[in-house]
Design a protein around this ligand. Structure first.
Ligand code: BGC
Length: 768
């Protein structure tokens, strides 16, 4: 069995079967630049539930976001990712009868995704109403090798007849975005964002250009076809409605198979000054190679990806497949240049409108730090490129210095309409700083810090100095929202304060490191002085971190424990997620958490508290957390591992692993949950294996769920590639390449030169 192949039999297609929209997401193709949902080429019957979409990472228009009351500084416009031209549609006529999954007889049907080859597809055996049988195999690819390219290879075999086959292939530039006015997780309204522009049909190819209504951007798609045998093609077009149809007709012998290849190129004006010229060049390039060349290049790209991030669970094929699926989605979703980032839903759907959140820094970059750190560098560079807007945002919010990153954005401006669980999430600054520090700890790439990272760290540190204030000798941060969005606008959110503390401390540290290295150019650029960084350090040392001596926990914020407890046990199942059923104020007045907040803080800043406080806090927050956010169970799994709660760690891990494959949050139709996918990886590497990367080196405390025979993975660290293999008796550490490293396992120090093995300790015993 190829564990990197996901196959779903889909023989029960009936109207109203929701799995179709979920499958459109689950089997979508993306390469970080473009994403295409896995819609049926032939479409669905009228009125059928489907979200047909193709997206470009970072390509957006501006939509109005009217505020009922016009208070100063409230956001009244947002950036929204656009659905661009549809080139998926291909109708197939068999001797005049149209192929449809809803007519004739579907004798067998499956969808598949091959994560080693980087393609997905459908295989169908169909009998037409008049009895003609065909076999269809459709293979789709968004190329990692040529990012602008999307291909559909459509094969048809005549099984019991000889006759005429006709393809009607569409290139449609007039498309809308998806909306749902009752779900705050997708856009409320859909507008006509793309205005049809140039229209060119030339040498069998079509080029449709559209311009956004407000953001001043353009997009061009170029489409061409190739067929494995002689054919007649007639191209018709409708310029007014901005679409082109290629009619491709040929005769098939019985048992003969033909193959149509449809090439689509996407080009956008964020990256290319002339989108039409660029699309033409890219299409010419694509057509100059046979499709097999691109399939080979795709495989090679993924071979390298999988060898960098090899992760394998022995004894549980389902979970192994799920975790590998999640990692695959991360490489599909993550931007490959500085003009974009990674959206909360990847490029698989329109949930959260293609916005970038703190998800990137806290859940996704840890994966890339350990597997492909150059990608983290791109993601941080994106934040660096939007520092100017973050400074402007800070001024709008009344801060006289520093930069405040937007809670959600595409090109750097704040796009959250509801500020209590949006703009007030100041921890985004600490998260971005944390991710830069993590990148540094994993790579020791001080040059990058000198050129880009340090400026962000200094500017975010400055902001904490401006937002916070001293009281009774402690430094406090008031009126902010932490990660838990069911508790908004509070004083001294533990997570926020501890991440601000880390940010301030590292601003001081980097200043000194860079001074010693003679690389203080960033500080000079923005006027950071030794005096200022000394003030950062004083504030960090004086940071107030809420602690309740009676419960022995860190309260989530100053008022959290004053509130009444939400009766989770007696809340009807259908009322989850609570955000769709209760007024925000009602939620805010209760002790109820949407997601890990203090528990997350205890994971990433574990040295800030004793193990006892961490343990007490975990069991306290476990009782009041709904995990209504997909960013939660992975963190609970990691912390359960740390505390030796193996069963819980395993259960939380399983919930996180299967979230999209099993649509457990019931909104996978709007897109995958990329943060959870990164968190799911972390639940193995940071959770079960207990990895921590500190200034003093690498730390592990491996444990293994009793359901597994073993697991192994590889991580990059500085100049090395290290393999970790764990079974129920021992953990083996191997230096695959690189120079020797200090590694701590269960607190003991080892020197990793080639390999060493440590007998397993029961984690709970080790912790006592
Ligand atoms: C979570 C946020 C997250 C966002 C995007 C929300 O439901 O509460 O923490 O950033 O989804 O994934």
């Amino acid at each position: 069995m190829n564990l990197k192949e996901l196959i779903y039999e889909i023989d029960k297609i009936s109207p109203g079967n929701r799995d179709l929209t979920v499958n459109e997401t689950v089997f979508h193709n993306a390469n970080g630049y473009i994403g295409v949902r896995s819609n049926f080429e032939e479409g669905y019957p009228e009125g059928y539930d489907t979200i047909r979409g193709s997206y470009i990472n970072g390509f957006y228009d501006i939509a109005e976001m009217s505020q009922a009351e016009k208070l100063y500084g409230l956001v009244e416009e947002k950036q929204t990712m656009l659905n661009v031209a549809d080139t998926q549609t291909i109708l197939l006529y068999v001797e005049g009868e149209i192929f449809s999954m809803f007519e004739g007889t579907v004798l067998s049907s499956k969808r598949w995704l091959d994560m080693e080859k980087g393609v997905s597809g459908r295989s169908i055996h169909w009998r037409s109403p008049s009895g003609k049988e065909i076999e269809i195999t459709i293979t789709r690819m968004t190329s990692f090798y040529q990012l602008s390219l999307f291909t559909i290879e459509y094969k048809v075999k005549a099984l019991n007849f000889k006759g005429q086959i006709r393809f009607e292939s569409y290139h449609n530039g007039k498309v809308d975005n998806y909306s749902n006015e009752n779900d705050p997780r997708v856009a409320k309204e859909s507008g006509q964002y793309l205005i049809p522009g140039q229209f060119k049909v030339e040498e069998g190819a079509s080029y449709l250009t559209s311009h956004t209504s407000k953001s001043g951007l353009s997009v061009c798609t170029g489409v061409a076809h190739r067929l494995s045998k002689e054919y007649e093609a007639v191209i018709t077009h409708n310029e007014e409605n901005h679409y082109v149809v290629s009619n491709i007709e040929m005769c098939l012998e019985q048992k003969e198979e033909i193959s149509l290849i449809k090439y689509t190129i996407f080009s956008d004006s964020i990256r290319h000054p002339s989108v039409e010229d660029h699309a033409m060049e890219e299409l010419e390039k694509a057509l100059s190679h046979p499709i097999s060349y691109y399939y080979e290049a795709q495989k090679e790209y993924l071979l390298e990806f999988w060898s960098n991030c090899m992760l394998f669970i022995e004894g549980d094929d389902d979970l192994n497949e799920a975790v590998n699926y999640n990692m695959y989605q991360l490489i599909q979703s993550v931007g490959k240049d500085e003009y974009c980032n990674i959206t909360a839903k990847g490029l698989s759907g329109e949930g959260y409108e293609g916005h970038y959140f703190w998800d990137t820094e806290m859940y996704i970059e840890p994966f890339f730090n350990l597997t492909e750190p150059d990608i983290t560098k791109n993601l941080i560079s994106f934040r660096y490129n939007t520092l100017k807007q973050a400074r402007e945002n800070a001024r709008l919010l009344g801060h006289t210095k520093g930069a405040l990153y937007p809670w959600r954005t595409i090109m750097g401006v704040e796009c959250s309409g509801y500020f209590p669980s949006g703009t007030a999430g100041y921890h985004i600054n600490g998260d971005i700083a944390y991710s830069i520090i993590s990148y540094y700890l994993a790579t020791k790439d001080l040059n990058f810090i000198a050129n880009k990272g340090a400026e962000i760290i200094f500017e975010t540190a400055r902001l904490w100095m401006d937002v916070g204030n001293y009281r009774d000798g402690t430094f406090r941060i008031n009126e902010v929202t932490g990660p838990d969005e069911y508790t908004c606008m509070v004083n001294n959110n533990y997570y926020t304060n501890v991440s601000a503390q880390y940010n301030l401390r590292w601003a001081f540290k980097f200043y000194n490191l860079l001074e010693a290295a003679g690389q203080l150019q960033a500080a000079a650029r923005i006027g950071i002085t030794e005096k200022e960084v000394n003030e950062f350090k004083l504030a960090a040392d004086a940071m107030y971190l809420p602690y309740d001596s009676e419960l022995g926990i860190n309260p989530q914020d100053d008022s959290f424990l004053d509130k009444k407890l939400w009766d989770l046990e007696n809340t009807p199942k259908e009322n989850f997620p609570l955000l769709l059923h209760y007024h925000p104020l009602h939620l805010y007045r209760h002790q109820v958490c949407k997601q890990a907040d203090t528990v997350l803080a205890h994971f990433i800043f574990e040295d800030a508290q004793s193990l006892e406080v961490i343990r007490n806090s975990f069991s306290y927050y476990e009782k009041v957390t709904t995990h209504d956010s997909s960013l939660s169970t992975c963190i609970f799994s990691i912390m359960a591992s740390k505390l030796g709660l193996e069963e819980k760690a395993y259960d939380y891990f399983g919930d996180s692993a299967k979230l999209d494959l099993f649509n457990t949050h019931k909104n996978t139709k709007d897109g995958i949950h990329t943060a959870n996918m990164g968190g799911n990886y972390m639940a193995i590497v940071y959770g079960f294996a207990g990895l921590r990367i500190k200034e003093s080196g690498l730390y592990f405390a491996p444990a293994i769920p009793k359901q597994w025979e073993g697991y192994k993975f590889q991580i990059r660290y500085e100049d090395s590639l290290i393999r970790v293999e764990v079974d129920s008796n021992k953990s083996a550490f191997t230096m695959v390449r690189g120079t020797k490293k200090t590694v701590h396992v269960y607190g003991e120090e080892y020197m990793l030169v080639d390999e060493f093995t440590v007998m397993c300790k029961h984690l709970a015993a080790y912790l006592v």
